[in-house]
Structure formats: C-alpha cells, structure tokens
Design a binder for this molecule. Structure first.
Ligand code: PEP
Ligand code: MG
Length: 569
C-alpha cells in the first residue's frame, strides 16, 4: 500500500528503485532459540547467506573501476578475508549447534564476542577494526533476510539504513546503489557533502524509514525535497518521470552558461571556485569554467584505507588535480580529519568525549609527528606543475598559523635543497570556521595570504548547534544575525588588508543565498561543481551595487524571519 513520508533532501536527484534495508550496525536482535530438529536447517540458512555475501563481494570486486577503485578494493579484500575467518564461522556454527540459537541471534552474539576482543585493545587501529566486523556481520544479516527473488545483486537499489559513513559512499555507488535514505543524519554532514560530490541522491532524517520499509519494496525518492514514497502509485511514477525530465531540461539550459562569465548585471566579475573531493569533481570544475579549485578536501584520500598515504602517493594525487586545472589556481586544504571524518588508519582518536571540539583539523596535523610535514612536502612538490595554495582548516589561534607558516618555509627550503622544482611562492591561507579565529583575525592576518570562510563549521560553533544532529536541524542555519555579522567583519578586514577572501561552506553553493553574500561584500565563492552553473545564473541576474546599498538593512535584521524578509525583497 502506498505510503509517503518526509526526510530532509541532502543530495538532489530523483530515483526509482527497490529498497535494500540495512539494519543498524549494533544488531538489535532479540534472543531466539530453535529446537534440535531445526539446527541443520538453520545452519543451511546461515551458510547460504554467507555464500551470497561472498559471491556479492566477489562480483563487486570485479566491477570496480574509477578513481577510488584501488582503495575500495582493499577494503573489500579485507572483508572477504573476515568472511572466511575460521574463528568467525566455527563460532557461529557452534552457537547454532550447541547453543540452539537462531542464526540472527548467533550473529549478534558472535559479533559482540569478537568486538569485545578488539575493543579491549590499546591500539586505536585495532579498535577501529570493529567497524569492519560490523559491516561483514551486517551484510550476512541482510542476506539472511533478503527475499528469494532479490538476491541477484544490488544495482537499481535504494539503500535504506540508519546512517551512512563518508567512507562507504563511493563503495555503495560502485555497487550500483542509486540513492540512499537514512533515518538519522544531517544535510550538512560530510556524508551529505560527499553524496553531492558523487551525484548520489541522499535523503537524511527520514525517521520512519526503517520502521516502514522492507527489502524489495518499490520506492520513489526525491533528493531535492526529501520525500520518500513507498509502493508508488501511477501518479507518483508520472511525477518521478516528470522530475527526471525537468532535471534533464534544466541541466541542458544551465549547460549553455558554462562558457559565460560570472558577471553581475552592473558588470562586476565574481569568482566561482570549485570544492573538489575527487578527480571527477576536478574534471567537472574545469569543464564548467570554475576560476580554480577553492577547496580540495584532502581527507578523502585518507578515509578508505588502512595505511596513511605516503608523500609520493599524495604528491601524485595533488599533481593530478593541479594538472587537471591547467594553470588555474588549486587550493589544497591540509588534512581535516576528526569529528565525523574518522579514518581507519588510527590517526583519529576513537574515544574523544566531544569529537567536534577534539583533536581535529590542524590540531591533529600538528599533534602527529611528521604528518603535516609529509603533506606539505607533497603539496609543494605539486606546485612545480601549476599554481597551488595551501589552506589550513580549524585554525583557532595565531600560534597555529605561526607554526604552519614556519613549517611551510622549512619544507620549501628542504625541497629546493633536494633539487625539487617548486613554485617561488605558495600562498598560505586559513579557514575561518572557529569563532575565535574570526575574532582574533587581526592578530594573524599579517601571517597569511588569503582566507576562506567555512560556514558549515562556523555556524555550528557560533550557534553551538551540532551540524550532524538531526534534532537541531531547525536551529542550524546561516540565517542568524550573529553569523552574518561575523561573515561581514571577516570580509571587511580581509579586503582592507588586500587579502582575497572566499566562502567555501555549503552556503556558498546555494543560489538563494547569493544576494546576501554579495551584499556582505563577498566576491569569491567556492562551491561544489554540482550547483556552480545555478549560482552563475543567479549572480548574472543580480545588481551588486543595489545589493550593497541594502546591506545595512540586512545587518539590522534581528532574526531569521527578518533576514528571510530581506532575501524575499
Ligand atoms: C566548512 O566547515 O564550512 C568547510 C568547508 O569545511 P568542512 O565542511 O570540510 O568541515
Ligand atoms: Mg569545516
């Protein structure tokens, strides 16, 4: 029967497909016993499920291609090894045979048993292996519950799950997943950012999804509005087709703008840089006429793997980006791991009481011996191939900027001594995303060459609203007088000192906010290529002088309602 429910649209696109339900990692399975006579049948069910998973992983491994194929492949190999682990398999058999537990409950017991061994280890790397155990057990569990007709593969499926980690998104897409619906999560999370980068429709905060949807149900999802329709009727199917057509038509129209300048009605050129996470993003940014890359998030290079990428590997990736932009500036951000970007290499502390306020961003880079130096060496080596800038995330003090500046100088001198060809000047920039950095900016602006305002974190830290907490999604908004004032002050100070300043948070990619940011003095935006042409179209319809004249009224707005009224006018 048709049902409709609402989440939040986090990555656009309309999709029609079969549901694949993945239960939360901590399997909530009630204790269930079986009789002696049922043992053989239950063992058969379990092993058929394990075989299915083995087969699926093998098929997936064969199909991998593209930018992340190598990393994803390593990930899959590890899971295949776990799947064949005698300890895991014998333990499960034993629980069913002698404990008379149902396969589901045996999986849960065995998961908890193995996880407790890993969790007791001192080494963060081994502790993080629990995630892999969970994924493998989760796959077996899902296979146990799949309907018979539904075991042929995962292409054409819409994943329905509690939450999705940034590290698994590329893998899911490679598997043929067409869209994802999560019960929790937020549109500002790094998973959402990555989903947009992959053009994978994503709906978050659809709290009823796991209760209502079963494996194999037909779904229509709309990543723009956040609507999920279970067992769609004829009208829904027509709606889906119309949206898909409309999207294609709009894309075609926008496409005509890819060689046009981003110029306001009164003739001022605005720079649109691209935020990039992958090689595909870089190619798209180049094709759409981006001024350069304004934010290359290097942490995505560290997320899907078990060892740190060394200097040479990093250098080759950064050089690829630089070459891909053919002479346009590439801004490479130093590692911003931590908080919701937890890696598997053991760099990020697993048990921080408050990870968003923890050892993340530049703090992590400076805390680990050699980490930043290796990365700066790789970035500077890439600067021999085209214009490069270095951007430092999560800056909160002048000391951090001073330390990075000194290290950059040392690394440049070392590389020159070693005979590397590097650019004469590699500008150093700071992300302004911690309120303290915005306030203390006069103290360190002399140490840096450019600024980038990260509104995703700036909003979170200014308003004390977790960007990943679905329950606070109404409070998480850049349309707050405090946010606007901080942005205005940072832009004003940067301009007075002749330093380029951009906004690179998700706010910059939303064409609805363009009038507001232009009014506050912004002339450089950095955004995902997915919305670059929309922003260009919006800016080409705006009069900059008129907007600047209306800035005082914007800054007088007392609340969100007032700011929204300004935007409407
Ligand atoms: C930001 O915080 O606005 C930003 C661009 O960085 P990230 O989203 O990667 O934290
Ligand atoms: Mg940030």
């Amino acid at each position: 029967m048709r049902q409709e429910f609402q989440g939040h649209g986090a990555s656009r696109g309309s999709a029609l497909g079969r549901a694949r339900v993945r239960l939360p990692h901590a399997l909530e399975v009630a204790e269930e016993r079986i009789t002696h006579e049922q043992v053989e049948g239950e063992l058969g069910r379990l092993h058929a499920a394990i075989d299915t998973v083995r087969h699926e992983m093998h098929a997936l491994r064969e199909r991998l291609h593209g930018a992340l194929a190598h990393e994803v492949g390593e990930f899959l190999d590890l899971h295949t090894l776990l799947l064949d682990d005698p300890e895991l398999l014998q333990g499960l058999d034993e629980l069913i045979r002698t404990g008379h537990y149902a396969a589901d409950y045996a999986l849960r017991l065995q998961r908890d048993r193995i996880a407790s061994v890993f969790e007791a280890m001192d080494d963060a790397y081994f502790r993080s292996r629990v995630d892999d155990i969970d994924q493998v057990i989760g796959r077996i569990h899902a296979a146990l519950h799949r309907r018979d007709h539904d075991t042929s593969g995962v292409a054409g499926e819409i994943l329905v799950t509690d939450n999705v980690a940034p590290a698994e998104l590329a893998q899911l897409q490679a598997q043929g997943v067409m869209a994802i619906v999560t019960a929790a999560g937020s549109a500002l999370s790094h998973s959402a950012i990555l989903a947009r980068s992959l053009h994978l429709p994503l709906i978050v905060g659809a709290s009823q999804a796991l209760l209502k949807i079963n494996d194999g149900d037909a779904l229509v999802v709309d990543g723009a509005t956040g609507t999920v329709i279970l067992e769609p009727n004829a009208e829904d199917l027509r709606g889906h087709r119309a949206r898909t057509r409309e999207l294609a038509r709009e894309r075609k129209q926008l496409h005509r703008l890819r060689r046009e300048p981003t110029r306001t009605l009164d003739g001022v050129d605005i720079k649109l840089y691209a935020n990039a996470e992958s090689r595909e993003d870089v190619a798209e940014a180049h094709a759409l006429g981006a001024a350069g890359v304004g934010l290359y998030r290097t942490e995505f290079l560290f997320l899907q793997r078990n060892e740190l990428p060394d200097e040479d590997e990093q250098f080759r990736v950064y050089r690829d980006v630089v070459l891909g932009m053919t002479g346009r500036t590439v801004t490479i951000r130093s590692l911003d791991l931590g908080a919701d970007k937890a890696d598997k290499t053991g760099l990020v502390l697993r048990d921080e009481p408050n990870p968003a306020l923890g050892v993340r961003g530049v703090r992590l880079s400076l805390a680990r011996e050699g980490l930043l130096e290796t990365q700066l060496r790789a970035i500077l080596r890439a600067s021999g191939y085209g214009p490069v800038r270095v951007l430092v995330p999560m800056v909160s003090s002048t000391e951090e900027v001073r330390t990075v500046r000194a290290l950059l100088r040392k690394v440049a001198a070392d590389l020159r001594k070693q005979g590397h060809e590097i650019a004469e000047h590699v500008p150093l920039g700071a992300m302004i995303e911690v309120p303290a950095a915005a306030i203390a900016l006069p103290g360190f602006i002399g140490l840096i060459d450019f600024l980038s305002i990260g509104t995703n974190d700036l909003v979170q830290y200014l308003l004390a609203v977790d960007r990943n907490n679905e329950a606070l999604s109404d409070l998480y908004t850049p349309l707050h007088p405090a946010v606007l004032r901080v942005i205005r002050d940072v832009i004003r100070l940067a301009k007075s000192r002749g330093k380029p300043v951009a906004v690179c948070g998700e706010m910059a990619g939303d064409a609805n906010f363009a009038p507001l940011l232009l009014a506050l003095g912004l002339e450089e935006f950095s955004l995902h290529p997915a919305t670059l042409l929309e922003l260009r179209r919006a800016i080409r319809g705006l009069n900059l002088e008129g907007l600047r004249k209306r800035a005082p009224a914007l800054l007088r707005a007392k609340d969100r309602v007032g700011i929204e009224a300004w935007l409407r006018a």
